[in-house]
Design a protein around this ligand. Structure first.
Ligand SMILES: *Cc1c(COP(=O)(O)O)cnc(C)c1O
Length: 433
């Protein structure tokens, strides 16, 4: 498959180049040249297939030309070593629980897939000692670190702002050891990101070291997110609820929902999508006005969606050839305040005994308010509520049980290296490796 840049100024790339580079040279995002529809007989019998079988069919459409079948199958099956169950919350509304992976958030799927695909390319090239640099404000670091944990030939450096991530998040990438090194930067998330960017642009460093990024815009992190939309549909079909399906995605950088839109292009019978925003409503405003006005993000209790300039908007535009009318015909939007998010978590707990996390709450509310008669709604529950323990406990006034997987991380010993925010210090550290 050939990948082009959304900015159309950079040369086309192979899958391997797109995965290793992440971003195109013209700063655009890579898009596959074609999105192959899956045959009708696949959809006719989808409810009889397992998650891994379904995912492999989808993966084959994207990556089958570039990765041998048995390798691709292995990557898919290893990535999806956990279930993504569809759980009924209320009449006609279902939760697609994406929090059963190692770090209890949907980013595990993309993180694990990318690690394995990059591992395959490195092995194929006979390369050794590839270094992945990732800056994180919390969840990305844990998904990437756990995804790459133990992958041969790759060392991951997670840069995070000292004192600015929660203890649970910090433990998820500082306790692993082996090929994962946590760098605790005396600065902000933006400082961490600046260090990573400077490293990629530094000529001397790149002559000495093989550096790559595990950024969320990478096609290998982004496309695998399509897998679970197909599996959600299979589960709905099994329940006899597969007509007029509406899928609602709590959105920040819009990578997750864009993968769903790719699924629809492949023939997945979804009637329409809803992008649920917190107060960072740039996309919602775009739908209303046709104008895209990025602005600085606002802090909310659904903090993984605090994005003021969604990076995957470029992909959405490209997918619909820049047409506001075409985008509005398939996607609607909602925006919720922290107060509304709290209210939804509380009411859903009291009325349906289902505990939402603050991100999933935006998704559930959009369906509860916006479903038409005859429609069935699915929202993506993007993280386990215990990852936002204090927020959720303060809303429902009860203690929340911490899943065993999270407790395991809490038991581990934190190991990190202190780093200043000066690039010269980071550079000498990398050169000394
Ligand atoms: C990253 C994240 C989101 C936003 O996903 P995008 O793909 O950036 O739109 C939503 N919820 C949680 C819990 C996340 O970690």
């Amino acid at each position: 498959m050939i990948y082009y840049s959304t900015n159309k100024q950079a040369p086309n790339a192979s899958l391997q180049e797109a995965v290793v580079k992440g971003l195109a040279a013209d700063k655009g995002l890579f898009m596959p040249m074609s999105i192959k529809p899956l045959p009708q007989d696949f959809y006719d019998s989808i409810e009889s297939l397992s998650f891994q079988e379904i995912a492999y069919r989808v993966a084959d459409a994207f990556f089958g030309e570039d990765v041998p079948a048995d390798t691709l199958k292995q990557i898919v099956y290893d990535t999806l070593s956990f279930d993504v169950p569809l759980v009924k919350v209320s009449e006609n509304i279902y939760s697609l629980e994406l929090f059963h992976g190692p770090t209890l958030a949907f980013k595990d799927v993309g993180g694990r897939f990318m690690a394995r695909l990059l591992g395959y390319f490195i092995k194929k090239e006979g390369q050794k000692n590839v270094n992945v640099l990732v800056a994180t404000s919390g969840d990305t670091g844990s998904a990437v670190a756990n995804g790459f944990f133990g992958v041969e030939g790759i060392h991951v450096y997670v840069l995070y702002p000292k004192g600015k991530v929660s203890e649970i998040q910090e433990k998820q990438f500082t306790t692993l050891g082996q090929n994962i090194t946590a760098l605790e930067v005396d600065g902000t998330f933006d400082d961490c990101q600046a260090l990573v960017k400077s490293a990629f642009m530094d000529k001397e460093l790149n002559e000495h070291l093989s550096l790559t990024s595990a950024n969320s815009i990478n096609v290998a992190r982004f496309l695998p997110q399509a897998f679970y939309y197909f599996y959600a549909y299979a589960q709905l079909k099994h329940a006899g609820k597969a007509d007029n399906v509406v899928i609602c995605v709590p959105s920040g950088n819009f990578g997750n929902i864009t993968a769903g839109l790719f699924g629809k292009k492949m023939g997945l019978p979804v009637k329409r999508f809803i992008a649920a925003n917190n107060r960072n409503d740039i996309f919602y405003q775009y739908l209303q006005t046709g104008e895209y006005n990025p602005r600085p993000s606002i802090a909310t209790i659904a903090n993984a969606m605090d994005v003021g300039d969604p990076s995957n908007f470029a992909r959405v535009l490209d997918l619909y050839k820049g047409s506001h009318a075409a985008i509005s015909a398939e996607i609607s939007g909602t925006t919720y305040t922290d107060e509304q998010i709290r209210e939804t978590v509380k009411e859903t707990w009291e009325e349906h005994h289902y505990l939402l996390d603050p991100h999933g709450a935006c998704g559930y509310r959009a369906l509860a308010e916006g479903l038409q008669p005859g429609e069935t709604g699915v929202f993506l529950e993007t993280a386990h509520p215990a990852k936002f323990l204090e927020t959720v406990e303060s809303i429902i006034g009860e203690t929340v049980e911490i899943p065993a997987k999270l407790q395991e991380f809490m038991k581990g010993e934190k190991k990190s290296l202190q780093m200043t925010k000066e690039f010269s210090d980071f550079k000498s550290y990398l050169l000394s490796l």
